[in-house]
Design a protein around this ligand. Structure first.
Ligand code: ZN
Length: 559
């Protein structure tokens, strides 16, 4: 190659040669997850299959090379490549270790996490991956010199690469069109496995969404809220516990073989057993739970830029507070009171620098008593957040043993991993029971209720999948089937404000996070144009004289 020569102990290349070399490295070394998946999908055993695999290899090379060609120039390659290698090394590690995929939701997840949560995900192994996949290639790049070329030549080269790539893409796809069409239709997640384009496009998509959020004015939808005649003159206190990473199928209330709900099983609860989440990550599910929009119509753009459940309650005269032991409220509580309980120095519940979920109840009873208003209190749990499940509960809740005491989940036995996770559910059982216990001690003239719903579930090694955040369309039930519980003093048969029998009949109905907003509004008789009675679980279970008929104004999911 006449362009390639040794000059002052450095290799001299043109930009397009460097990009091509890096593209080959990406196709061959960074795309292990993609090749593994494509092999299981195609199961090559004939000449045609291997030809198709060859075509995919070429397609990957051409696409990656074209994207790099658009990003990298003679003056930027020394800065852009180390950044790309660093993020790709991190993505590669998590893709191989936990079988996650990289899409916009995953980038949002990462951007909206906090140091305590991120700390659990950083293992010693990650350093090895960074050494080989970030430090080494970055050093090699630093040893390259780009030869002097006129700007006209650079433009010509870039244009040639783009035009040549587009033509090559066209020819490759045309030659195997039926196979590519089938792959695109049935394996939509494949593009999320291709490094570095998955990371680059997901980041650009996230950045575009953030820009939109900044530009978009906030829409206050809660101005016309009406509070209908109360059932009684009592002060109302509603606690909404937002769980974290809890799987419905690990609740013995939902027939899990282990007794993970020894406390709640003694309570008179309504247990909505068939509830699905809006997303598979906190960053997606949380705003969706609090939005009036159903999952089908929900988008981050709409949800984050308009009033949510907290705003509607505030407009209805409720004192609203968000108590957090997680990663914050993702902007939902910007207009209400926020209490950060993730680290309370000196409190015995927070000795490790992080707090156990009981901290959410700290001073809560006194606070409720001191406020004459109706109140909505959100308790945002740390719940069962992984991979450090063993850090989520006090020692006394380590009932199922042996447990997994590390974050490299593959290194633990299946049994140990499940034990650790089940202990987190056992502790959540205790925290929820304590919350109900606290509400029961409030004066008799207080109408108290508690919702509990988890934001999403968790994969615990089934099909080699761990954690959560899998794109919804391909997510297993373990990540989308969530526990959803309701308790209220109104379920007491003597008060008859809610028909307990009617509520029990809803326990097996297919429900979702879509029901939370409208049920909470309905229970408190808060009326608005954005409330939909057919998503309100209580609408048909109240005494006739207080049911307010509301025509659904948009497409809704029936019970
Ligand atoms: Zn979550």
């Amino acid at each position: 190659m006449n362009h390639l020569k040794s000059y002052q102990n450095r290799v001299v290349l043109t930009v397009w040669q460097l990009n091509l070399l890096v593209s080959i490295v990406f196709v061959g070394m960074f795309n292990q997850s993609f090749w593994h998946k494509i092999n299981t999908v195609i199961e090559p055993n004939s000449y045609t299959d291997y030809l198709f695999l060859g075509s995919i290899t070429m397609l990957l090379l051409v696409v990656i090379n074209m994207v790099l060609n658009l990003l990298v120039t003679k003056t930027t390659y020394k800065y852009i490549y180390p950044v790309i290698f660093m993020f790709c090394a991190i993505c590669f590690y998590y893709m191989v270790q936990y079988h996650i995929v990289i899409d916009r939701d995953m980038i949002r997840n990462v951007m909206e996490t906090n140091p305590a949560e991120a700390k659990d995900l950083i293992g010693f192994n990650l350093l090895w991956y960074l050494l080989w996949l970030f430090v080494l290639p970055s050093w090699l790049i630093s040893q390259v010199n780009i030869g002097a070329v006129s700007w006209q030549r650079v433009l010509l080269e870039k244009a040639s690469v783009v035009v040549g790539s587009l033509m090559a893409i066209g020819v490759l796809i045309y030659a195997s069109f039926p196979a590519y069409a089938s792959l695109a239709r049935e394996q939509r997640q494949l593009s999320h496995l291709i490094l570095p384009t998955n990371f680059i496009f997901a980041s650009l998509s996230y950045a575009k969404e953030q820009l939109y959020n900044i530009r978009q004015p906030f829409q206050d939808l809660s101005q016309e809220v009406r509070v209908d005649v109360a059932l009684n003159g009592k002060k109302k206190v509603m606690v909404l516990v937002v769980g974290e990473t809890a799987r419905a199928d690990r609740f013995s209330l939902n027939h899990y073989a282990r007794n993970t709900n020894p406390k709640l099983s003694q309570r008179n609860l309504v247990n909505f057993q068939n509830t699905t989440s809006c997303g598979t990550s906190t960053a997606t599910s949380l705003p969706c739970i609090f939005s009036y929009l159903n999952r089908q119509h929900y988008s981050h753009k709409l949800g984050k830029n308009s009033s949510n459940l907290l705003d509607f309650f505030k407009a209805a005269g409720f004192a609203v507070q968000w108590r957090d032991n997680n990663t914050g409220c993702k902007g939902l509580c910007d207009r209400v009171d926020f209490v950060d309980l993730t680290n309370v120095p000196g409190d015995p519940l927070c000795e490790s620098g992080e707090c156990y979920d009981e901290i959410l109840l700290k001073g809560l009873r006194e606070q409720i008593l001191a406020n004459e208003n109706n109140q909505l209190i959100v308790l945002h749990q740390k719940g069962s957040h992984g991979p450090a499940y063993y850090l989520r509960y006090p020692q006394s809740f380590e009932v199922f043993t042996p447990t997994c005491h590390q974050t490299q989940l593959q290194k633990c036995s299946e049994q140990a991993l499940n034990n650790s996770y089940d202990n987190t559910i056992l502790y959540t059982d205790y925290v929820l029971d304590s919350t109900i216990g606290l509400l029961e001690t409030l004066p008799a003239d207080t109408d108290v209720s508690m919702f509990y719903v988890s934001d999403h579930g968790e994969s615990l090694g089934e099909n080699n999948l761990y954690l959560h955040g899998t794109p919804y369309f391909m997510a297993p039930n373990a990540q989308t089937h969530v526990p959803f519980l309701f308790w209220s003093s109104s379920l007491d048969k003597q008060t008859q404000q809610l028909d307990a029998h009617c509520m029990q009949q809803k326990q097996l109905a297919p429900l979702s996070h879509d029901n939370v907003f409208h049920s909470a509004m309905g229970l408190m008789n808060i009326q608005s144009d954005y409330y939909q009675s057919d998503l309100d679980l209580f609408a048909s279970c109240k005494p006739r004289h207080v049911v307010v008929a509301t025509e659904p104004s948009r497409e809704v999911v029936k019970l």
